[in-house]
Design a protein around this ligand. Sequence first.
Ligand SMILES: NC(=O)C1=CN([C@@H]2O[C@H](COP(=O)(O)OP(=O)(O)OC[C@H]3O[C@@H](n4cnc5c(N)ncnc54)[C@H](OP(=O)(O)O)[C@@H]3O)[C@@H](O)[C@H]2O)C=CC1
Ligand SMILES: CC(=O)C(=O)O
Ligand SMILES: [Mg+2]
Length: 589
Amino acid sequence: MESTMKEMREGAPVLEPKSNVGGGVEDVYGEDRATEDQFVTPWALSVASGVSLLRDPRYNKGLAFTERERDAHYLRGLLPPTVASQRLQEKKLLHNLRQYQLPLQKYIAIMDLRERNERLFYKLLIDNVEELLPVVYTPTVGEACQKYGSIFRRPEGLFISLKERGKVLEALKNWPERSIQVVVVTDGERILGLGDLGCQGMGIPVGKLALYTALGGVRPSACLPVTIDVGTNNEDLLKDEFYIGLRQRRAIGQEYADLLHEFMNAVKQNYGEEVLIQFEDFANHNAFELLTKYGTTHLVFNDDIQGTAAVVLAGLLAALKVVGSSLADHTFLFFGAGEAGTGVAELIALEMSKQAEAPVEETRKNIWLVDSKGLIVNSRKGSLQHFKKPWAHQHEPVEDLLSAVKALKPTILIGSAGVGRAFTKEVVETMTSYTERPLIMALSNPTSKSECTAEEAYSWSKGRAVFASGSPFHPVEYNSRVFVPGQANNAYVFPGFGLGLVISGSLRVHDQMLLAASEALASQVSPEDFEKGLIYPPLRNIRKISAQVAANVAEVAYDLGLATRLPRPGNLVEYAESCMYSPVYRNYR
Ligand SMILES: NC(=O)C1=CN([C@@H]2O[C@H](COP(=O)(O)OP(=O)(O)OC[C@H]3O[C@@H](n4cnc5c(N)ncnc54)[C@H](OP(=O)(O)O)[C@@H]3O)[C@@H](O)[C@H]2O)C=CC1
Ligand SMILES: CC(=O)C(=O)O
Ligand SMILES: [Mg+2]
């Protein structure tokens, strides 16, 4: 025995087949006997059965395994006797989730479920989308990102850091899935309105792709969340002992561009021309450039610029039916002139140009934007970022939002600055003083960044505002009337938009697709929705909505010759529906 201990200490191979460890289980491979400095081989079985089946989230059904499956797949004794239906499992989980007081506890619990039983996670999410979207998505995902280092358990996506330079393709090949259709990628620099969260931004691509599956029906195995880690300028994170990312300030310039370029090319090389790469929550100094740079070589979509634009335009088209006017009758003021603000402004201008058959340079003239330095006007043109320049109109300088409202008298006010409570009582009251139905969109996320609450919008406007917000608000009772605020969030569009690209095999994204997506979404708002004050259809219908959006997007892809999946299906809505992933359990032979 003494000589064995000596050999183990010295790292020599110890082969003693009859030796027993702990509870008397034979340690055939020496895994239990190995000391910390000795190597063991991580053996795994390739066909899931028994415990490995229960531990495989893609195939695990928990108590829903039937008697026959328990026999056929070596599960006898591994489960208690009850056989439960998926419906009952769902009911139990919902009950359990509702016991948690804190949203983050719910987030952790539901993401844990995803790691145990993927189909049950998606079934729960799809069947209870209105209740659970705020848990897996905004606002809770914001808090999850802020605390991602502490709650991190298992990798839910790929981390590509500067350490992977020259090895990005290798990293992609380490991901267990081969047939990827949608990649959502962030570099963590502008996470919602919360700023630079570095590597912890991973919560965003993970959440967006959960929505791709639940709302848009893209198979979970076809979705790949990616976080590019080039460091962070967030001092708190750099000092945080639990931070999971690179502890350095952000790489910029050529170093940044080179890593991104290697990533973009590796994705195309590994998954082909038709893989969709969705940029999410990049800071605007990179976002516009990446979209332009890769727009001609890759299938890329920026959700914050393009997805938000399609959703807001849809809300406006629907709202104008209530107000009884057209886009051209309105004056638009944006508070925030970044990705969301200028992206939305441009799509509105494009739609007006299409409606009026007028040049877009003309239709931009009724659209004004305010940034951190005040109203964007001609005299500032020399120092403006390129994406703001088209919005620099002739006007004297105006320093703040309230003064801009007073000077321009906008009838539509859209917030996208990530500055909470910026729409003050005075701003809303001023709008209400000159327009009968002020249209107010508080797009900023999460809830703490919302420009005003639903209650404030309705009460300050004396029930006259048409209101929607990026993060959800509960219905509000004002003057004995219940107003239901809509959620102006790109989640209404990107899942269906991506599905449309995937099912048509589109090679590029085109602005016409954004307009088509808006029209599809706006067409789903019913007179009953309008009656409640809603300018978006209820989220519980989201799979149907996504199929409509997908069909419209695919139609444009076919019309423009961008589609590669031929022949073109006769009925694109039915086809889109038939392509959608269903989380109902499968029977195992
Ligand atoms: N509802 C939805 O679907 C979506 C919501 N959003 C939300 O919109 C917000 C902004 O996102 P995004 O456009 O990508 O961010 P950007 O960083 O690209 O843009 C932010 C803009 O807000 C301006 N700004 C910041 N502070 C102030 C201030 N105090 N006064 C006036 N303007 C200010 C900035 O001005 P300057 O340029 O001078 O710095 C900039 O123009 C975020 O909260 C995000 O969550 C984003 C996408 C979708
Ligand atoms: C919704 C979204 O994409 C954002 O707030 O960034
Ligand atoms: Mg975003």
